[in-house]
Design a protein. Structure first.
Length: 578
């Protein structure tokens, strides 16, 4: 808990000067607000009850003082509103950047179990509410404390008995406010969970909108959304019901206090222990005295919102990446591309269902090998272990004789290029997507990479050539075009080790031939591992590795494996390849 408190306060550190300025202005503005009833009391008690011949001049003087106070108060309020919100926004920006950077470090097994909409909600909604607490929290506490204590002290010196009579109501108001605050906090937490569920539902739906429409499941998706939307609506209604109870009851307390001042004040006036000016002053100060309690729910709601957001923020930051650099991680240099698996075993999330068992495999620099086997047997998983998207549970993987766990992740992944079946292109231009392989690349290097990937001709035929916007995930391009852009991206990266994960399985014959030529050009003089379901695409592989439940069951060339008439031959014949 202490560490979290220190972490919470640490975000003020870069902005302490601005924070102190805002707090000083909040203090001055609140103190000025307390002066207006006193000046009103002075006019009614000292000016209007004395020599009226000179009253106008005195009123003008007091009015001038009030106008100066108004200007000063407004200047203070401007500083609080503008610079306070600016400070909160900058702190929010710092936290958002920190959380986003942390997201980049978290491993695949984390994202395997998360909803993107929920993660987005933590970056946006939660941090906005937290920034409001950072700014408004100290300011509001300062303002309400000054008004409450100041009003009580002033009223106590005017008339102690009447002040204590008013004060008797305040404990009941505080208990009442705290009771409803607890109910409101429960509703607020439920609201956050519900809106996060809606975000996840919308994100999931819009990401897969083409699948939704292709299956004609729009109504089904609407029903799913309505379910989450109605749950959110119900939680909001419950919260508003509690708020309505609170504010109506609080208004009742205020009215009772006002009646108390009027009745007891009038009695005191009759007994000459209070004059009319003091009674007016009491009525003016009532608002200041009860405002802190009246706003208690708002303040505690704001506090609860912010703390809940901070807890959710810290929940993410405290998740340690399951895969990270070792303390003595080294940089790979002059990579040859030798890859070796030694007795590798793996299961997802450490469960008992093993995906890979006792896999040993030597891949020499420049080898072109293929991995085949039934679906779900672990081919993609095996390749995902090389760049450490997941870590082995048993055994080790070596590159040029160095355990991948002893290599820095950046250095390891910089030397491995991956071309997948499911190509992910970012929203933006063709140029920006190819440059992703090497952010510092020149336009000439990008064009050369596109030519090597057989992509240059179709790119220059686009409306704006390399500056053409390809839409979200490249929706404006065909499957073959997207695949060639992903290959161009890897050409630009120029890694010594390549992994092709069923890169042509979803393409038509014409596109497959073009992409296959691009892949072969890319694979030249590099260590290449190809995962393929279409066995016809890997007939020319130097070595084919067959994975089964028993591990590596066969190994050899296409002809050698056919002659064995075992698993590979069965898979090949099932595809009716001639």
């Amino acid at each position: 808990m202490n560490n979290r408190i220190k972490k919470f306060l640490s975000y003020y550190k870069p902005y302490l000067r601005l924070f102190y300025t805002v707090m000083a202005c909040a203090l001055v503005g609140s103190a000025i607000a307390l002066l207006y009833p006193l000046l009103t009391r002075y006019i009614t008690k000292n000016i209007l009850t004395n020599d009226l011949s000179n009253a106008l001049n005195q009123i003008y003087i007091v009015c001038g003082i009030m106008l100066v106070l108004v200007v000063l108060q407004n200047l203070c309020q401007f500083v609080v509103d503008y610079h306070g919100h600016k400070m909160g926004a900058m702190m929010e920006s710092d936290m958002r950047r920190e959380l986003f950077e942390h997201y980049q470090k978290l491993s695949f097994n984390f994202y395997d179990t998360q909803k993107i909409g929920q993660l987005m909600s933590r970056v946006t909604n939660d941090l906005f509410l937290l920034s409001e607490l950072y700014h408004h929290g100290p300011e509001d506490y300062m303002k309400y404390f000054i008004k409450f204590v100041g009003s009580f002290v002033i009223l106590f010196f005017i008339n102690a008995k009447l002040t204590l009579a008013i004060f008797c109501f305040l404990p009941f108001m505080a208990v009442f406010a705290l009771y409803f605050n607890k109910k409101l906090n429960i509703a607020l937490r439920r609201n956050k969970d519900r809106i996060a569920d809606i975000n996840a539902q919308v994100e999931d739906n819009l990401s897969g909108i083409r699948v939704v429409q292709s299956f004609g499941n729009e109504n089904f998706e609407v029903e799913k959304f309505n379910y989450e939307n109605n749950r959110f609506l119900e939680s909001r209604k419950n919260g508003y019901k509690s708020e309505a109870y609170f504010y109506t009851r609080m208004d009742t307390f205020i009215q009772l206090i006002t009646i108390t001042v009027i009745v007891f004040g009038s009695i005191n006036i009759v007994h000459a222990s209070l004059d009319l000016a003091d009674m007016i002053t009491f009525l003016l100060y009532i608002a200041y005295l009860i405002e802190p309690i009246q706003k208690l729910t708002h303040v505690t709601t704001q506090f609860q919102d912010g703390i809940t957001g901070f807890d959710r923020f810290m929940e993410m930051l405290e998740i340690e990446p399951s895969i990270k650099d070792s303390s003595n991680a080294m940089e790979l240099k002059n990579v040859q591309g030798d890859v070796k698996f030694k007795n590798v075993g793996f299961s997802y999330n450490g469960n008992n269902q093993s995906v890979l068992n006792n896999i040993s495999l030597d891949i020499n620099s420049g080898d072109y090998i293929a991995l085949v086997g039934p679906s779900g047997i672990g081919k993609t998983t095996l390749c995902s272990l090389i760049p450490r998207f997941y870590d082995v549970n048993e055994g080790e993987i070596l590159i040029d004789g160095v355990n991948v766990k002893d290599i820095s992740l950046h250095s390891l992944r910089r030397n491995i290029g991956i071309v997948q079946q499911d190509v992910y292109l970012f929203a933006g231009t063709v140029l920006e997507n190819i440059r992703y392989g090497k952010p510092e690349a020149t336009n000439e290097e990008i064009i050369e990479a596109a030519k090597n990937a057989n992509a240059h001709d179709f790119i220059i035929a686009l409306p704006n050539g390399y500056e053409t916007d390809i839409g979200q995930r490249g929706v404006k391009l065909s499957g073959g075009q997207k695949q060639r852009l992903s290959i161009a991206r890897v050409f630009l990266k120029n890694p010594p080790v390549l992994i092709f994960d069923e890169a042509t399985s979803a393409l038509d014959n014409e596109s497959e031939k073009i992409v296959k030529d691009s892949l072969e050009a890319l694979a030249k003089n590099r260590t290449t591992i190809v995962i393929a379901h279409r066995l016809s695409t890997i007939r020319n592989a130097e070595r084919i590795i067959v994975l089964t439940d028993d591990g590596i069951s066969e190994e050899g060339t296409h002809e050698e494996l056919l002659s064995l008439d075992r698993t590979y031959a069965q898979l090949y014949n099932m595809q009716f390849v001639i």
